[in-house]
Design a protein around this ligand. Structure first.
Ligand SMILES: [Zn+2]
Length: 156
């Protein structure tokens, strides 16, 4: 039985993206960033709390037949800075890289200041400067509001 379980867990995908080394508990937020909800047409596998030597436990997301946009990869870095992206084509890993923190985060995170112009009806996208990567510290470019925790709760 053990070998069957193992087979299910590591089943390779033909084409698509494997996002590995996601901080345990962040897999659903990664899906949110990717716009994957209940109505997706892609085959999506989500593994949570997979034992992992370096991180104790990790989450893994596999999306078949889809490769990620650079902006999506940047956003994942905000909530899972150690995540690695594996691009799979024809069962081969053709590209493998770690997510990288962007310098600016535009239109993805809601400012925590309700009076900020980016929260008004004005056609203004939210805009943050990444001031620190570890720990993550974002500063709103309009009102100077600092966002340094629960980043995932502020995803637009
Ligand atoms: Zn603001």
């Amino acid at each position: 039985m053990a070998s069957k379980e193992r087979e299910l867990r590591v089943k390779p995908i033909n084409n698509g993206t494997v996002i590995d080394h996601i901080e345990a508990g962040q897999a659903l937020n990664v899906l949110k960033i990717l716009g994957i909800g209940g109505h997706t047409r892609h085959v999506v596998s989500v593994l949570m709390n997979v034992p992992s030597g370096a991180m104790v436990a990790k989450d893994v997301v596999k999306v078949e037949d889809r490769e990620l946009e650079p902006e999506e990869v940047d956003t994942i870095a905000l909530i899972a800075p150690r995540a690695t992206i594996n691009i799979i084509r024809n069962y081969e890993v053709v590209e493998k890289f770690r997510v990288a923190m962007p310098r600016n985060v535009i239109g993805i995170i809601r400012c925590g200041n309700p009076n900020c112009i980016s929260n008004s009806n004005e056609p203004v996208s939210s805009r943050f400067v990444v001031e620190s990567m570890d720990p993550v510290l974002l500063r709103c470019s309009y009102c100077e509001f600092v966002l340094d925790k629960n980043i995932a709760d502020h995803l637009l």
